[in-house]
Design a protein around this ligand. Structure first.
Ligand code: PLP
Length: 387
């Protein structure tokens, strides 16, 4: 049985007519950049996320870059980030000649470990940038407490987490001074190309971000500060406007699939429960866990990725590949091990959790349209590998 890691055509086919109609309207209007479609998706997502302002932009990477530029981050400023994330989180910091300060991860959530943040703070720290990795909220309560205590702003990298709730029911991206999102096609809300979003409750920052995405221009051809071309296309926004009403049901599909994986992994004898940290005879596979769910049934993990810990990861991946099961490794090289950050002299032994995650985790197919039969087959093949 073929089980691709992701099949975007299935989603497309389910909304094809509406998407094509919306795209055709944009084509006929020839209003191609910003405009009404962009304003509509900004309004929808500000309401959805529970924030006052949402500013569409050219990508998730540019959303992060704009957020840092809006804070006037200067060369030598330090930004605290998890060492285990997609490259953009660190890349945007370094592009401004600021210094990414790496922090190790929590082994259950894969997110930045809040208890290690204080140690990373110096007089040059200008922001803390937690990532809500794979669609689960970073532990925002202690992170915001540190932010208040040291008066250091938080920028949330919510690129993989649009619509994920923390234990208090608030959405990822609504905690910090700014929250950043991506509409890259593989994200839970994906466009037909690149796109991104910055959200904030701060009116002045919202105003600055709107000018920033258009070269800091206001009024026309007058530039109070230097921005860039970070604009969002109308065509992307039109697609997002069609997709947005389906977002919750797609999240629900992913959650249902995650629950099926848990069920079949436990039934197969490969794992006893979600979130167990040791490998042993009864736990050949370690399952992801929406950690705060027991507390009040919130913390809605949106499973942008479904990532398990395993032993003999690379051999397993090879085996599943032979069985036509698509998998991916996010991320094989944490920032402190990247060639491009050698100049920072990071100490490898400071990041034992991220190192283990990068060596032992594998992402399984989780997209909403996956069938129960396919999920059962994936678990069966993993069991076969470990027999
Ligand atoms: C996808 C992603 C980004 C970047 O988004 P793009 O739209 O691809 O530029 C940033 N951070 C994380 C954690 C991501 O997963």
């Amino acid at each position: 049985m073929k089980v691709p890691l992701l099949d975007l055509k299935l989603q497309y086919n389910s909304i094809k007519e509406d998407v094509e109609k919306a795209m055709l309207e944009v084509a006929r209007s020839q209003m191609l950049i910003l405009g009404k479609e962009v304003e509509n998706i900004e309004k929808s997502l500000a309401d959805y996320l529970g924030v006052k302002y949402a500013i569409g932009c050219s990508s998730g990477t540019d959303a992060l870059l704009m957020a840092l530029m809006a804070l006037d981050i200067k060369p030598g400023d330090e930004i605290i980030i998890p060492t285990y994330s997609f490259f953009a989180t660190a890349g945007v910091v370094a592009r401004l000649n600021a210094i990414p300060v790496f922090v190790d991860s929590n082994p259950v959530t894969f997110n930045i470990e809040p208890s290690l943040i204080k140690n990373a703070i110096t007089s040059r720290t200008k922001a803390i940038m937690p990532v809500h990795l794979y669609g689960q909220c970073a532990d925002m309560e202690p992170i915001m407490a540190i932010s208040r205590e040291y008066n250091i702003p938080v920028i949330e990298d919510g690129a993989q987490a649009i619509g994920c709730q923390y234990k208090d029911g608030r959405m990822a991206g609504a905690f910090g001074l700014m929250g950043c999102f991506s509409f890259y096609p593989t994200k839970n809300l994906g466009g037909f190309g690149d796109g991104g979003l910055v959200v904030t409750n701060d009116e002045q920052l919202a105003d600055k971000l709107k000018k920033m995405r258009n070269h800091g221009m206001h009024p026309k051809y007058y530039h109070g500060f230097i921005g860039g071309n970070f604009r969002l296309d109308a065509l992307q926004a039109a697609v997002l406007n069609v997709k947005y009403p389906h977002l919750e049901s797609w999240h629900e599909g992913r959650r249902k699939n995650a629950a099926l994986y848990t069920k079949y992994f436990i039934e197969s004898g490969l794992a006893e429960a979600e979130g167990i940290l040791e490998f042993n005879e009864k736990n050949k596979v370690r399952l992801p866990k929406p950690v705060y769910k027991e507390i009040n049934h919130r913390n809605y993990h949106i499973y942008n990725q479904y990532v398990i810990h395993v032993q003999k990861r690379d051999e397993l991946r090879q085996y599943l590949g032979e069985k036509e099961i698509g998998t991916e490794v996010y991320y094989p090289v944490p920032f402190h091990r990247q060639e491009c950050f050698k100049y920072l002299n990071p100490k490898d032994e400071q990041f034992p959790v991220a190192n283990a995650l990068s060596e032992q985790t594998i992402a399984l197919p989780i997209f909403p349209e996956l069938t129960e039969e396919q999920i059962r087959y994936v678990v069966e093949m993993i069991k076969e590998f470990y027999l």
